[in-house]
Design a protein around this ligand. Structure first.
Ligand code: GLU
Length: 498
């Protein structure tokens, strides 16, 4: 094959990669992985990363989705050098604002005879499609308008027929997609048909808009999901018809759910926004998505973004589908939370809790602040949402979880433990972690109970839960008065329930 027709071998710095989402919903993790791989590749080569919004589907595109996608990309830290909000000299970067460019490209193809106007009516085409279906064959346009004379065209126009623009294609031979991940994939030209470039409304088809834009924006590498592979021969033929060199292609395999069907809403959270609102941190999601299809050595699992930029390569992207593993992601999230600087974690938590029951509470009146609480919970958190579960009781009187309450009621030692704890904690000189710990250890010994067993009713009484941050730290943070009053309330509760 003639490699001169590819742009790929240019200086790394000249690398131009685009991410081209259709704004028809939230950014799915599949889209986020595509964006991440493109971004890592562009950054690793000190090239440019371009964001292009493909909004020509007027029924499904929404402004809200554009904003969502942009906000998810920003949150992930995937910044773009050209695109919405940033500008660039190959813009505009939203397809609906590029209509003139498509019109001119179509006019040039018509002029050179590489494209032609087709006047077949939707009814005629529907009938042809139905015939093909009945015969069990794929529909291929029969080229009826491929050789109309100017006179024919005038007549059709005069008869009120609208027209579309179609690309004139060879109906023999093959088109080979050279793909970095899949290798060479061959497509028979005869099944492609003279496809439509511009609809009668003047709006370009997906394949036309993408090809014009990739050429016009100087894209050197097209990295996208392999659901687009069947479109690629059409885009190659179009680029060739326009006299353009080809970008290099890398089609990423699908992401599957545990049941091996395409990963989607049915499997739970599937968009970046959902993972974000469940308390995942960007470092974990980027690291996890990087490994969902790529590996350095089949072993290393933890990579900072800087390491990913340094190590990422398209050659090491696998060609088979990957299965999304929530447990691994959640393990990774816990890892990043535990290893985060506590100030940074506090600031992430502060942003996160704005939309939760804790909004506005930490640090008001005599309540602990997020910064006070981080050392108590950092080791136990797997998501930012865990902060809410683990600390909510500091801000409200304990509301008992069913399981916790039934344990407390069934614990024969509880009345004695609680009475003892209320008494010794009331009479401590200094209400510090050390003093609380030493007096409660002593009490456990006095009552001949193991420490864990002794602390359990205290834990449930002050928090309503069976799992809390460290007990001595928790009591100190609650303060003497609040701790003792909760213990006394629990003693009453037990009396009344007995
Ligand atoms: N707009 C297309 C999509 O969201 C991607 C097109 C491309 O990358 O070529 O699926």
């Amino acid at each position: 094959m003639n490699t001169n027709k590819y742009k790929g071998g240019e200086e790394p710095g000249a690398t131009r990669v685009r991410f081209a989402p259709s704004p028809t919903g939230h950014l799915h993790v599949g889209g986020a992985r595509t964006a991440l791989y493109g971004w890592l590749f562009a950054r690793s080569r000190k090239g440019s990363f371009i964001l292009r919004i493909e909004d020509t589907d007027r029924h499904r595109s929404t402004e809200e989705s554009v904003e969502q996608i942009i906000s998810s990309l920003q949150w992930l830290g995937l910044d773009w050098d050209e695109g919405p909000g940033v500008g660039g000299d190959r813009g505009p970067y939203r397809q609906m604002e590029r209509m003139e460019i498509y019109k001119e490209a179509a006019a040039a193809l018509l002029e050179s005879g590489k494209a032609y106007r087709c006047y077949c009516s939707p009814e005629e085409l529907d009938a042809a499609r139905a015939n093909a279906k009945a015969a069990g064959k794929p529909f291929v346009y029969n080229g009826r308008c491929a050789n109309l004379t100017a006179v024919d065209e005038e007549k059709l126009k005069a008869g009120g027929r609208g027209s579309v623009v179609r690309l004139r294609l060879p109906d023999t031979g093959v088109t080979i997609v050279r793909d970095i991940i899949k290798g060479d994939v061959e497509f028979d030209n005869s099944i492609l048909g003279d496809f439509i470039l511009l609809r009668s409304s003047g709006i370009p088809t997906y394949n036309f808009a993408v090809s014009v834009d990739d050429a016009h924006m100087g894209v050197t590498h097209v990295i996208r999901g392999d659901d687009h592979l069947p479109n690629t021969p059409r885009q190659i033929l179009l680029l060739e018809a326009m006299g353009e060199k080809l970008p290099a292609y890398a089609h990423l395999p699908l992401i599957l759910g545990p049941d091996k069907t395409p990963f989607s809403k049915r499997h739970g959270a599937s968009s970046v926004e959902e993972f974000r609102s469940q308390g995942y941190v960007r470092e974990a999601l980027c690291n996890y998505l990087a490994l969902l299809g790529w590996s350095l050595d089949g072993e290393t699992t933890l990579f900072s973004v800087e390491e990913l930029i340094e190590k990422f390569s398209l050659e090491r992207v696998g060609s088979t589908a990957s299965v999304f593993d929530n447990e691994k992601l959640s393990w990774m999230n816990g890892h990043y939370i535990r290893s985060m600087d506590s100030e940074e974690l506090a600031s992430r938590i502060e942003q996160f809790i704005e939309n939760t029951v804790l909004a506005g509470l930490p640090g008001t009146d005599d309540k602990p602040s997020v910064t006070d609480l981080v050392p108590l919970v950092q080791e136990k958190m797997k998501t930012l949402a865990d902060f809410v579960d683990l600390t909510e009781f500091f801000f409200h009187p304990a509301t008992f979880e069913e399981k916790a309450l039934s344990r407390l009621v069934k614990d024969a030692n509880a009345p004695a433990v609680l009475a003892n704890a209320a008494e010794v904690l009331s009479s401590l000189d200094v209400f510090s972690v050390e003093a609380i710990e030493s007096t409660l250890r002593q009490s456990a010994d006095d009552l001949e109970l193991k420490l864990g067993k002794f602390l359990q009713p205290i834990r449930i009484s002050v928090s309503g839960k069976t799992i809390t941050p460290g007990m001595f730290e928790t009591l100190e943070m609650l303060g003497r008065e609040e701790s003792v009053s909760r213990l006394l309330a629990a003693i009453d509760l037990l009396k009344n329930s007995g």
